[in-house]
Design a protein around this ligand. Structure first.
Ligand SMILES: [Ca+2]
Ligand SMILES: [Ca+2]
Length: 121
């Protein structure tokens, strides 16, 4: 009986976890000083990038966000430039200091970024 109750308890916890809040509230899920990027518009889906804003050049891992990023919040206090290709080449798109884009398809850069740069501006 004790074992059975434990199993039921786990089931209830799992159901709660899968039904937890989603959506716009996720927009807050990026700490000051970082740049965060998500797979889907509206700051949802997998958060592929959560990078503290140290100046430098960064790759987006090919299996964790290359050509997948659809929304972005820049809280670095610096500029963030996205590049369409690896190694900081190709078409670029600037996210200004403090900027965000809830749907990069509206900016012609949806599912496009493969690398990025953080720099003072
Ligand atoms: Ca990449
Ligand atoms: Ca996407």
């Amino acid at each position: 009986m004790r074992f059975r109750n434990a199993v039921i308890g786990i089931g209830v916890i799992s159901a709660f976890a899968f039904c937890g809040p989603t959506g716009p509230a996720a927009a807050a899920d990026c700490v000051d000083g970082s740049v965060c990027r998500w797979e889907d518009p509206g700051y949802s889906g997998s958060k592929y990038v959560d990078q503290p804003g140290n100046s430098g050049r960064y790759d987006i891992a090919w299996r964790n966000g290359d050509n997948e990023i659809s929304s972005i919040i820049n809280k670095t206090g610096k500029c963030v430039k996205l590049y369409a290709d690896d190694n900081w080449v190709g078409t670029s798109y600037l996210i200004e200091k403090g900027g965000s884009r809830s749907g990069l398809e509206r900016n012609g850069f949806d599912n496009d970024a493969e690398s990025y740069e953080i720099y003072r501006c």
